[in-house]
Design a protein around this ligand. Structure first.
Ligand SMILES: CC(C)(COP(=O)(O)OP(=O)(O)OC[C@H]1O[C@@H](n2cnc3c(N)ncnc32)[C@H](O)[C@@H]1OP(=O)(O)O)[C@@H](O)C(=O)NCCC(=O)NCCS
Length: 150
């Protein structure tokens, strides 16, 4: 699997996957806006044989990153690719960051994935999503040496 920066040209395929995977998908406009932001973003796609099979959107500021979206297209799920993708992202870009995210409290595949990377549950945000579901807030702290030295 290859992992590269996402571009505006990837908009249509990302939107297509987003609509397949989520009950309340991001709008095309919101994906466009994220792809078009030049500052403080880390937006990536995962490719197999030049075909986009997943994507990742995040914001970061200094040593704090916030994961906004992570997805692997249906036919490619449960094959270990989400794990490989997140592993590449964390090792290449987020090693020196405290990484935050919110995930639906019932999204066990995603929660299990994050737990396996050392994310910890820090808070529950009631009624966070427009369908009334709660969000689980999770964080992965940078290693303790960096915390002490910063
Ligand atoms: C969450 C997601 C990215 C995981 O990708 P994936 O490629 O299917 O995950 P992997 O095959 O790499 O599995 C990694 C780990 O995730 C967890 N996991 C994956 N599928 C799971 C399932 N159906 N039930 C429970 N845990 C699951 C497991 O901990 C698994 O590790 P293990 O196989 O060692 O037990 C993918 O399911 C997805 O895109 N879901 C829809 C979008 C979404 O909800 N994104 C999260 C938004 S915050």
């Amino acid at each position: 699997m290859k992992c590269r920066k996402a571009h505006l040209e990837d908009l249509d395929i990302i939107f297509k996957i987003e609509q397949k995977l989520f009950n309340q998908p991001w709008t095309k406009k919101s994906i466009y806006n994220e792809l078009n932001r030049s500052k403080n973003t880390l937006n990536l796609v995962a490719e197999i044989d030049e075909k986009i099979i997943g994507y990742f959107f995040s914001h970061f500021f200094e040593r704090e990153a916030h994961i906004l979206n992570l997805a692997i297209d249906f036919p490619y799920q449960h094959k270990g690719l989400g794990k490989i993708f997140l592993n590449k992202i964390i090792n290449k870009y987020l090693k020196e960051a405290n990484v935050f995210l919110e995930v639906k409290r019932t999204n066990f595949p995603a929660i299990n994935l994050y737990l396996s990377f050392g994310f910890e549950e820090i808070n529950i945000r009631k009624d966070y999503y427009s369908d009334g579901e709660d969000a689980l807030e999770m964080v992965k702290k940078m290693n303790s040496y960096d915390l002490v030295s910063s």
